[in-house]
Ligand binder design. Structure first.
Ligand code: URA
Length: 204
């Protein structure tokens, strides 16, 4: 749960929570990163999308899903008639983990320790927003939200119970679609779109 020093109530207001996220030093990822990337979206969003961690562009701009994976996500949502602006978009880990290779900063998957120590923020976001649906983009998000080590292939594409009325939907991460070999990309993209199409009926 959220540290007492940064928020006194169980359900902190948006500004307190975002400020606390930005000051987080709970794991070493903050140090080489430009900034923490807090979640973004309307305070009354019924659907929360959870990614893995910010990438290079997200780290530089301070906004989630604005790089290549975000553009694929936007395109897919648009094709499904789902307005991204109606969704709350966040990540399991709020700082970019990377390795320098020359001028490039290469994405490195966050470890279980990073996901665990960052969970306080995702938990606080869920507590504050109380979304009806939490969409996990990729295995890291699924692990953070469901605490399940099950394979993505066993979880994806169907409604999973969370607490109370809340449900989760798991799908692949859009970056995995982009990384896929050309031969697999079309079918991965179709699967991604098919999974997310379950949301269409929920946004009306
Ligand atoms: N990938 C993620 O998981 N999150 C982002 O914000 C961007 C890329």
């Amino acid at each position: 749960k959220i540290p007492v020093s940064s928020a006194q109530s169980a359900s902190p207001n948006r500004e307190d929570l975002d400020a606390a996220v930005r000051q987080c030093r709970a794991c070493p990822l903050w140090q080489p990163a430009t900034q923490a990337v807090a979640g973004e979206g309307p305070a009354d969003a019924r659907i929360m999308l959870v990614g893995e961690q910010p990438g290079d562009e997200e780290d530089l701009t301070g906004r989630p899903f604005v790089g290549p994976a975000g553009r694929l996500l936007d395109r897919t949502l648009e094709e499904l008639g789902i307005e991204r602006n109606a969704l709350y978009v966040t990540n399991a880990v709020k700082h970019f983990r990377f390795q320098r290779r020359g001028k490039l900063r290469m994405h490195v998957k966050p470890g279980a320790v990073h996901v665990r120590s960052c969970y306080r923020w995702l938990d606080a976001e869920i507590e504050r927003l109380r979304p009806r649906i939490v969409v996990c983009l990729g295995a890291t998000a699924a692990q953070a939200v469901l605490g399940s080590a099950s394979r993505l292939s066993q979880l994806r594409g169907r409604w999973l119970p969370l607490d109370g009325e809340r449900r989760a939907l798991v799908t692949v991460h859009p970056a995995a679609v982009l990384r896929a070999l050309a031969a697999d990309r079309d079918s991965m993209l179709r699967g991604f779109k098919r999974d997310l199409s379950l949301l269409s009926a929920q946004t009306e």
